[in-house]
Design a protein around this ligand. Structure first.
Ligand code: AMP
Length: 233
């Protein structure tokens, strides 16, 4: 008997499911967006989902806001539930690039279990690898216009006049959490759980490491190559 409600087709269990891993400042978000665009996949950023929930003042947003303000991770259960909901959307049917998730070993295990329910698994996890000192100098060079929000970088994308916004002439400022000492402290907190996630995919034989020190295009090329070499391309 056919389902009179016309149930939605189940997404194929072999749709591409990529995880992009990397420390803050490594360019993971940029590469996740590029890969998703290139392959026509959903770019699923948990940070973006939380920010949207906060903007839309949903109950999830209210809970997430406190953690995010304090710079803490949102509890695993809340995060995994949100991802499970996002994966049910038709936009995820063609495949997904996960960005900012999983961030802990528990989230990685929960994601495996969730995917296994439909016979799916992560196709490949890609670590965008950038040494700590390089991350610090990258992030320490970031300045932003406090008025219009335009970002600049001292060496890679400097304003026409040092310290002044091209668009409205406002003096540029640096985000407190981009200052070297604060940033190093953030890294020291974030790297150990990320290494657990890296170890999780390495143990499963599903990790590719890509050198993240290069132009955006060069790193995107290295990601493509790594996927080809792992036969996930
Ligand atoms: P992001 O934009 O990825 O840097 O995320 C911004 C903030 O959202 C983080 O500092 C966390 O508070 C929260 N967040 C994003 N992804 C996760 C996750 N996978 N687990 C827990 N909290 C997360």
């Amino acid at each position: 008997m056919t389902d009179p409600g016309g149930a939605a087709p189940t997404p194929s269990s072999d749709r591409p499911l990529f995880v992009l891993l990397g420390a803050v400042g490594a360019g993971k978000g940029t590469q996740a967006a590029a890969l998703a665009d290139d392959r026509g996949l959903l770019h699923l950023s948990t940070g973006d989902l939380f920010r949207r929930a906060i903007r839309e003042k949903t109950p999830l947003g209210e809970v997430a806001q406190g953690y995010m303000r304090r710079g803490e991770l949102v509890p695993d259960e809340i995060t995994v539930t949100m991802v499970a909901e996002a994966l049910k959307e038709p936009s995820a049917d063609a495949g997904v690039v996960f960005d900012g998730f999983p961030r802990t070993a528990a989230q990685a295990a929960a994601l495996d279990a969730l995917l296994a329910e439909s016979g799916a698994q992560i196709t490949r996890a890609i670590l965008i690898d950038v040494p700590e000192d390089a991350l610090v100098s990258r992030v320490a060079g970031r300045w932003v216009c406090p008025h219009c929000g335009t970002p600049y970088h001292i060496t890679e994308d400097p304003p026409r006049v040092t310290g002044i916004c091209n668009k409205d002439g406002t003096a540029l400022t640096q985000r407190d959490d981009d200052k070297p000492d604060v940033f190093r402290a953030r890294l020291r907190e974030q790297i150990p759980p990320m290494e657990d996630v890296v170890a999780h995919y390495e143990a499963a034989g599903r990790l590719s490491r890509v050198d993240g020190q290069g132009t955006i295009a060069a790193v995107a090329g290295a990601v493509r190559l790594a996927l080809l070499e792992s036969s996930a391309g």
